[in-house]
Write a protein that binds this ligand. Sequence first.
Ligand code: RUQ
Ligand code: CUA
Length: 674
Amino acid sequence: MSRTTVFRSRHAACLALLVSGAVVAAGCGRANAGRLGEAGDAAERVYVAPGKYDEFYAFLSGGFDGQVGVYGLPSGRLLKHVPVFSQSAENGWGYSEQTKAMMNTSYGFVPWDDAHHPQLSQTAGVPDGRWLFINGNNTPRIARLDLIRFETEEILELPNSAGNHSSPFLTENSEYVVAGGRFSVPAPQRDVSIDDYKNAFSGMLTFAKVDSATGHMAIAFQIRMPAFDYDLSHAGKGPSHGWSFFTSYNSEEGNTKLEVNASQKDKDYIAAINWKQAEQCVAQGKAKMEPARYAHNVIGEDGIARTDWGSSVKVLAPADCPGLVYFLPTPKSPHGVDVDPSGEFIVAGGKLAALIPVHSFSKMQKAIADKAFAGEDHGIPVLKYEATIAGEVQNPGLGPLHTEFDGKGNAYTSMFLSSEIVKWSLKDFKVLDRAPTYYSIGHLMIPGGATRHPYGRYVLAMNKITKDRYLPTGPELTQSAQLYDISGDRMKLLLDFPTIGEPHYAQALPASMIKDRQLKMYNLATNQDPYVAKNERLTRVERKGSVVHVLMTSVRSHFMPDKIEGIQVGDSVYFHVTNLEQDWDVPHGFAVLGANNAELLIMPGQTRTLVWVPSRVGVYPFYCTDFCSALHQEMQGYIRVSAKGSAVAVKWNSPSYHEAEEHEAVEAAEHETK
Ligand code: RUQ
Ligand code: CUA
C-alpha cells in the first residue's frame, strides 16, 4: 500500500467513528504525525522571543461569551479580551454609568450576546486598520470596535431580525455593513400562528451605511426575503463589487424539526443581492417606510454612551425592484459562502454535501443576461445550476463549512465532520492537501484570507472539540485554535492554543498596521465628563436629596477624598472617579465593600462612575484594585454610612471641604441676618 492509501483507509475509519458519534479516537490523525514536521522546527516557527512582538494581531470572536479575544500570531498569546456585548466585571463595561447605555435594546437592557464573526474595516478590499465589526446573534446587533483604543464604540440594533448570524459582512470599501438572520420571523413582529410561517414570516437582510469618517452605522434599507434561514454572507470584490451573497438553508420553509424538515431538498440557495440596484430602487422611492423601534448606542466625545432610538426603516421588496435578487441553487443546506481574492469565485460550504460547489461570478452575469432560469421561487428568479457553476471540488471530505484563500491560487476549506482542512486549487478544483484538526473544526482563518490580497503564511483552525488535547477541566473543556504553516506545498501543524469562549470566525492584520497608532492615555485636559475633577482641589461630595455625588480623584497612591461621612442607608452614591495619571498603562481600580455591580477600571485621564446603594449602616472601605505602585496596598479609604435621616453631616477630607464649609457658614450667617 502506498503512503496515501494507508492514510486514506485510516482516515476513512476515523471518519466512520466521528460520523457515528463515537468518542473521538486518540489514534485518529496519528497517521499524520509526520505532518507536524520536526517538533523543534514547529516550535521555532511560533517562538516569539521574550520582548519581541508577534507578526499579526488576530481577532477571535468569543462566541457565547459575547466578547472579542485579541491574540498575537504566530505565538497564540492572548493580548486582550475586549468586552463587547457582555458586561465585564473586570473593568466595569456595562456596569459603569458611562457604559451602561451600550446594552440598551428595544427589549430593554441586554447584557449578553453570542458574537460570531469579526470583520475588519476595508478600503479597496483590504483591511485598513480602522475598525472591527462583530455581530450579536441572539438580540440582533452589530458592534463596532475602534482599533486605536481596542474598545467598543458603537452598537446598532437591527429591527425585524432574529438570529443575526449572516452578519456583519462588509463591502469592499466598508460602504455597508450587511446582515441577515438565521431565523425568519414575522416582520414587523405580531401575534400569529407558527403554522402561518410561509405567509407571515420574512427573512430580513439589513444594509447599514458606514460613515467613512467616523465609522458610525445607520440603517440604509432592509430587503424583505422569503422565510428561509440566512446563514452566512460575503460581499463581492473587484468585478463582483456591488453584490452580496447569502447562503440560505431551509428553503423548504420548515418551522419545526428542522434537522429533518430543512434537509428535504437536494439544493438550497445562495441569494445574490445586487446592492447597487437596491440603492437605485431606494433612491427611486421603491422602498416602503415601515415603523420599527431599535436602539443605536454610541460612545460620545465625552466618553459617555448614549442611545438614539430609531423609529422606522425603509423596506424593499424584491418584487418592487427587478434585478435585485437571484437565487443560485447550491447543495445542500449551505453554511459558509466565501468569495475568492479575484472576486470571480463564490464558494459554498454545504454542510451535508459530498462536494464543494464553486460558482462563477462572470457565468452568473451571463446567465442573468441570457435569462438562464430554472424557474422562480417566491417570484425570485432561480438561475440554472449548470449555468453558474464553475466547478465542483470532488471528495473533499465531510461537512464543508468555510473557505479562506492564500492569494496564491489556493483555497482552504474546513471540514467539520471529518475534522480536517482541505487545500484545493482554484485552477482545476482538485484537492492538493489535507491536514487533520483536533477536532471538529468550525471556521478557519488565513490572515487577510477573505480579502483581495491575503497575507497568507498561516491558517488558523478554530475547533469545537478538544477532548484529549489539554489537561481535562471537569465537564467543560476548552475550545481551541490550531495554527498551521501554509508557506510550503503541504500544511504543517505548528501550535495548539486554547481560546476564550467559543471562537467562530476570526480576522487578522499585520501588527505594523496599527501597533504604532495606539492611544496611550486619555487627555485629562480635554476630559468632558460632567463629573470630572481635574485636580484634587476640585474633588467634593454633594448631596441632592437621596442622591450623593462623590467627585473623586486617583493618583499613585491615594484617592482624594479618602474619608467620607454623612452618607445614609438607601442613598444612591455616585462615585465619579477621575484617574489623574498622564502616563501609559497606569489604570487605577475602584471597588467598595458590598457593591452590587462590579469594580471600575479607570484609564489615565478618564472618569468612570459606579453607583452604590448602601443597605445597612457601617463603615465601608474602598480600595484600588489594580496594582499600580509600591504603595498600591495603601490606596484605600473609608466611607461612613449612617441611618436614614441621621444628623451626621456630609463631610470629606479634600481641600474643597473647608471651602464648602466656609461657603455654608457664610450662607448661614446671611440667612440669619435676613
Ligand atoms: S459560524 S463555525 Cu457563526 Cu460557521 Cu461558527
Ligand atoms: Cu491605584 Cu493600585
